[in-house]
Design a protein around this ligand. Structure first.
Ligand SMILES: [Zn+2]
Length: 369
């Protein structure tokens, strides 16, 4: 598929959406995003429930107007937080998962406030967010679980997906949404590294029927050959008439590996987080033949701008980048701004890293068959 079509708009594929977890891509504003060629963002349902909350978003008619972003808006369901806030922290600390939904503890360990996120609540909130792509709440487990736990997580994911789909249709009808205002709903395939469970999960989700499918679980990483094999295999068994979403992907080289495998939609926190941690991307040569390259990583290197060697360096971060930073400022100036802890450093570094992602995506659009 060359385009993602939703709410009477068309977006070129593949598409990369930086994470705007709390309705902001940290350090930059939406005009910066548009100027660097970012076509979409990914917000987080669970975080937006707490801040700014449902009432505020309702007043604005959704997050698009609230943050003034005209592009594609994806809302993550809160499923990944089942992993990061509950499983990864240990059961008693972050919350617990029951068949009805996920209970998140907020307000500290001594007096925890229990907030239950059900599949229905997640979908209702995603309608208040007004996103173009909504994601089903899933039970996203840790990678080191037993077969039994894996099976439970898959069963729960399927049952929650079914409830999400029912709530989705209910909201469409309650809100009298015509076809041109209808968002898309994606299912998440769980099953860890067990291909039989993954296949079972996908086949059950296909029976329910979604617009697209994503691979859930730990964040895949092109540096791990087993994960690459699994994610490639999954792309093959998802029928081509559906959108294929690489949830949480990824590193620059991952965009290439997974686009080659058949995925078209990505979201990740990495380019902006790297920028804040002074890790920038230096393109080594003009971008071409990315998909055909033997080593997908060979076109760029990491540049750690805090290093002493950049202190007097009067050249851009990357001579093959056309962003406002590379056109106007030297490595020495950026090194200086970071040393001062100047907020401008974060903004410039983020603009540069996102521009590199946008350039890679633009090149992949040319190359993908
Ligand atoms: Zn640049």
């Amino acid at each position: 598929m060359k385009y993602l079509k939703v709410k009477n708009k068309k977006y070129k594929l593949p598409i990369f959406c930086p994470d705007a977890t709390r309705a902001v891509v940290r350090s930059v504003d939406t005009k910066d995003l548009i100027n660097v060629g970012i076509d979409g963002v990914c917000v987080n349902t669970l975080h937006l429930i707490h801040d700014p909350g449902k009432a505020v978003l309702k007043k604005f008619g959704g997050v698009r107007k609230f943050m003034d972003f005209p592009g594609l808006i994806i809302s993550d369901s809160g499923g990944f937080q089942v992993f990061s806030l509950i499983y990864a922290r240990g059961k008693k600390k972050g919350g617990r998962v029951i068949d009805d939904g996920a209970i998140f503890y907020t307000g500290g360990l001594k007096k925890p406030v229990k907030n239950l996120l059900t599949p229905e609540k997640s979908i209702q909130m995603q309608f208040e967010i007004g996103s173009d792509i909504m994601i089903c709440l899933d039970d996203c487990p840790s990678s080191n679980i037993s077969e039994k736990q894996n099976k439970t997580s898959v069963e729960r994911t399927i049952s929650w997906a079914r409830r999400c789909e029912i709530e989705f249709e209910k909201q469409i009808s309650l809100r009298h949404l015509p076809i041109i205002k209808r968002p898309l709903l994606f299912g998440v395939v769980q099953g860890g590294d067990n291909k039989d469970l993954r296949e079972f999960c996908l086949s059950e989700l296909l029976k329910i029927g979604f617009d697209g499918y994503g691979m859930g679980g730990w964040v895949p990483n092109a540096g791990n050959p087993l994960q690459v094999d699994l994610i490639k295999w999954l792309a093959k068994i998802i029928p081509d008439k559906y959108y294929k979403y690489g949830l949480g992907i990824g590193k620059l080289e991952d965009l290439i590996v997974f686009t080659k495998a058949g995925y078209q939609i990505y979201d990740c926190v990495l380019p902006t987080r790297d920028a804040r941690h002074q890790r920038l991307y230096e393109i080594k040569k003009p971008l071409k033949n990315l998909i055909g390259a033997r080593v997908p990583k060979s076109f760029f290197r990491y540049l750690y701008i805090n290093k002493q060697k950049h202190q007097k360096e009067n050249k851009p971060i990357s001579k093959y980048c056309d962003c406002l930073v590379c056109k106007n400022y030297s490595r020495a100036y950026l090194n200086h701004l970071f040393k001062l802890n100047e907020p401008l450093a974060m903004r410039l570094a983020t603009i540069h890293n996102l521009r590199i992602y946008a350039m890679v995506i633009r090149q992949l659009r040319k190359e993908v068959k």
